[in-house]
Design a protein around this ligand. Structure first.
Ligand code: NCW
Length: 480
């Protein structure tokens, strides 16, 4: 028996993203995104795969809604494909009515099923044409104008039906994995042995700045012209793991753990809540980190109606004595899974970066709540892959006790954060409704509560977790 609870009307459900599930790359006038082209670069995606078919969700919306209904979900977070709505991306380029109509029908069908839509405008699949035309995220002026225009087209088309909007998903990933490590589209890196393009000494920070300005411009457009009439809320979704000092007694490791969170989360969070970058980043990066103009501060500061939190795991962090180099975008430190005593942070999963630690979730959301003055939170992603899941027989993989245990731990920790730490949390989207294209990790890594049989006609098989998650929420959500 637990005393912890989640508020009545708590909005729980599942999340996905357009490129990871839709497929249908040429249907109804869609043009290419940077992920279509990135996947064609040899060696970038495990198994040489891509999102051409994925879960074929573009043609299976009714099936996906049935899946949601079976779980009892109250909400569904999905992203729009910019390349379907404005195929060439820009503010002077044509709007594709067929793309709009597809999503209008989907939103209407969700609502008819009693499921609240949460829309993400940008989950990494930038129209390829904008990357070609002016360098995409590296051109803050052009990018923010085009993003604002795209956002306005979406607010106009769906604003009367959609009450929760997310501008960007995990801008850290687009910036660092896309413009420094080269693991994500468009694959820039300074390491000439891996790629011929990019300058990771400045590009990730320029891309991050551009996304913040574009976020601010879209929020201003929403607040000026749509919010009062449509009565919705808008925010950004930031990723970030909890950081535990490798040696709790070493002040340098304690400081490094804090620095890690600042480089990963406060980079964007401080800009949005305080109108500046963290001192730790300015100190290490100097002029490589863009300066704010007064107009940009006015646009970005205060631009969240809620904080969208993606969270998966925790790490140990150890301070590094060597001088930071240009590729050190975490703040001159090492990220480890074992601490000084040899204790593991959590069990292994299929994803090299993910080791579950529910207590870290409670600590991080409290840390964020304290730092940013108690904002309203929506947890926009949380979930796990399972080591070796793809190798199991269908019967065994449907019995995903590891994932159920993950959800029990994390949802319990969230209820504790709400009840015992006073965190204002209103919603939660589990990642993910179904197995899908896991970016650079291809199809081998599965995060779904539903098994998708890619070779077997895309048949969807709910796993044990698809049923259990509703029971977990039922235990915590207040009845009156
Ligand atoms: S890859 C990633 N994810 C997964 C993805 O499926 C989803 O679209 C994202 O929103 C699950 O949740 C997010 N996150 C990136 C993890 C960081 C990897 C760090 C690699 C360091 C080299």
């Amino acid at each position: 028996m637990t005393d912890s609870y989640l508020p009545k009307d708590f909005l729980w459900g599942f999340a996905t993203a357009s490129y990871q599930i839709e497929g249908a790359p040429q249907q109804d006038g869609r043009a290419e995104s940077i992920w279509d082209t990135f996947c064609r670069i040899p060696g970038k995606i495990a198994g040489g795969t891509n999102g051409d078919v994925a879960c074929d969700s573009y043609n299976r919306t009714a099936e996906d809604i049935e899946l949601l209904k079976k779980t009892g979900a109250k909400s569904y977070r999905f992203s729009l494909s910019w390349s379907r709505i404005i195929p060439l991306g820009g503010r002077d380029d044509p709007v594709n009515e067929k793309g709009i109509q597809h999503y209008v029908k989907f939103v209407d069908d969700l609502r008819a099923a009693g499921i609240e839509p949460l829309i993400t405008l940008f989950h990494w699949d930038l129209p390829e044409n904008l990357d070609k035309r002016y360098g995409g995220l590296l051109n803050k002026v052009e990018f923010s104008k085009d993003f604002e225009n795209y956002a306005r087209v979406c607010f106009k088309a769906f604003g009367d039906r959609v009450k929760l909007w997310i501008t960007f998903n995990e801008p850290w990933c687009s910036a660092v994995l896309g413009y420094s490590i080269g693991q994500f589209a468009p694959g820039h890196t300074s390491d000439r042995s891996k790629s011929a393009v990019g300058d990771s000494s400045t590009e990730p920070w320029i891309a991050g700045h551009a996304m913040l300005i574009a976020h601010g411009a879209a929020v201003k457009a929403y607040r000026d012209d749509f919010k009062a009439k449509d009565g919705g809320q808008i925010g950004i979704t930031l990723n970030g793991d909890w950081a535990v000092p490798w040696d709790e007694n070493d002040p340098k490791d304690v400081e490094a753990a804090n620095r890690k969170i600042e480089f990963a989360i406060s980079w964007f969070g401080d800009a949005i809540y305080f109108g500046k970058y963290p001192d730790s980043m300015r100190k290490q990066l100097g002029s490589r980190l863009p300066e704010w103009t007064p107009e940009e501060i006015a646009l970005v500061k205060g631009s969240n109606d809620f904080y969208g939190m993606n969270h998966y795991c925790a790490n140990y962090v150890r301070h590094k004595e060597t001088e930071p180099d240009i590729n050190d975008h975490a703040g001159n430190l090492d990220i480890l899974y074992q601490n000084k005593e040899g204790v593991w942070i959590g069990p292994e999963t299929q994803s090299p970066w993910l080791r579950p630690n529910p207590e870290g979730f409670r600590k991080l959301i409290k840390w964020l709540s304290d730092r940013y003055g108690g904002p309203t939170f929506y947890v926009t992603e949380n979930g796990t892959s399972v080591k070796g899941e793809s190798q199991l027989s269908l019967k065994d993989l449907l019995d995903d006790e590891f994932r159920c245990e993950y959800f029990r731990g994390y949802i319990g920790a969230l209820a504790d954060a709400h009840t015992k730490d006073g965190v204002d949390v209103r919603g939660y989207s589990a990642w993910s409704l179904m197995d899908n294209f896991e970016w650079a990790e291809g199809y081998e890594t599965r995060f779904g509560v539903t098994y998708v049989d890619y070779e077997g006609g895309q048949k969807r098989h709910p796993k044990k977790s698809a049923k259990e998650i509703g029971q977990i929420f039922d235990k915590y959500i207040k009845k009156e």
